[in-house]
Design a protein around this ligand. Sequence first.
Ligand code: FES
Length: 106
Amino acid sequence: MKHYKKHIFICENIREKDSLKKSCGRANSAEIRQVFKSRLKELNLSIEIRANASGCLGQCNHGPIAVVYPEGIWYKNLTIDDVEEIIQSHLINDKPVERLILKDDK
Ligand code: FES
């Protein structure tokens, strides 16, 4: 079996409605992942690039969060409108989308 060239994990964690912490799953992340999946399929890329759901990635206040491997680039505050740019720029052309990158805390 061939390994995937790239993997994007999108947090779909959903907290209780009365939770004081934010959660990506309450900010449309499941729909964002579905758009990634269907666009990758349309582009015939789903054999080499995979979009998977993940649990909490520990950056809840910046969500919806996604992380792309093997680079380990994290994206924050994602919307459906960002999906095509991430696919075209990062997943296909290896140019991460700077304006959406979650930087390490210093
Ligand atoms: S709920 Fe998504 S990073 Fe924690």
